[in-house]
Design a protein around this ligand. Structure first.
Ligand SMILES: [Fe+2]
Length: 271
């Protein structure tokens, strides 16, 4: 397990993840950071730079050029290993598993050996200190890179993930995560568990905007990101990525609810 410590960070910190090959969203995020005066060294990516959308290699190149700290997501791990699937933790035969064959194959065909080398070298854990609090960053969970922690997940499960992370990196006050694609903030005991959400895909809530968080002296705030949805959609169509996630960009709902806990499923979705 590769761990990096960023030391003490000052000023606002922008935490984002789930770029999902959505270059238009990534460009919008970078513009937003520049407007907010947040330097790349204070931008932290929770992983999954590559997934559903059209611009796999371009997104990797853009984030490498940006130079911000990037955590290894399951998508990076699988591509680095030249694996045949995304390793998202979808059940075999599920809609998500079937859909992943198309987008993963597209990504796998784009990503260069140089980008795979970069992915192979990404850290599995990032730690830093900010305003006197110590933060730990994991992708899905400390027990599994593809662990799904949802807003409805029981406190006991989250507490055990925090305890395991502390075994791995030492005591933390707050855990920053990604993977599930849905933002959440949960206080468990005296610890905080935060999911920064995804910038590359809506959060299955019917809104087309996507999400990231900013840590400031005033606390942790969920932010909305608006980007050129139509351009991202057209690019997916042009690359025959028309199995469902392209429509998500325009409806705000995922093509399947199979990965979601039952209590989070909605009648509005297609799946
Ligand atoms: Fe992931």
């Amino acid at each position: 397990m590769k761990k990096i410590d960023l030391g003490v960070l000052s000023g606002d910190i922008l935490v984002f993840g789930g770029v999902y090959s959505n270059l238009h969203a990534l460009e919008a995020l970078i513009d937003r950071a520049q407007q907010l005066g947040i330097a790349p060294s204070n931008m932290i990516c929770t992983g999954d730079v590559v997934a559903y959308c059209a611009y796999a290699e371009d997104s990797v190149e853009r984030i490498r050029a940006l130079g911000c700290p990037v955590l290894s997501g399951n998508c990076e791990q699988q591509l680095a290993a030249n694996a045949d699937d995304c390793g998202c933790g979808f059940d075999a035969g599920s809609t998500c598993s079937l859909l992943s064959r198309t987008w993963y194959a597209h990504a796998n065909s784009q990503v260069t050996n140089g980008s795979r080398d970069w992915m192979r070298d990404l850290p599995d854990r990032i730690t830093f200190t900010h305003n006197g609090l110590r933060y730990g960053v994991v992708h899905g969970g400390a027990s599994d890179v593809s662990k799904f922690i949802w807003p409805v997940t029981h406190d006991d499960v989250i507490a055990s993930e925090i305890a395991l992370l502390e075994d791995q990196v030492g005591s933390v006050d707050c855990v920053l995560t990604g993977h599930s694609g849905i933002t959440m903030t949960r206080t468990v005991g005296d610890k905080l568990w935060v999911n920064a959400g995804a910038i590359g895909m809506p959060a299955h809530d019917g809104d087309l905007d996507t999400h990231f968080v900013i840590i400031s002296k005033n606390g942790i705030k969920n932010n909305q990101l608006y980007y050129n949805v139509e351009a991202a959609f057209q690019a997916m169509q042009a690359n025959s990525l028309t199995q469902g996630y392209h429509a998500t960009l325009k409806t705000g709902y995922w093509p399947s609810e199979e990965t979601l806990p039952i209590e989070m499923r909605t009648q509005s979705a297609n799946g």
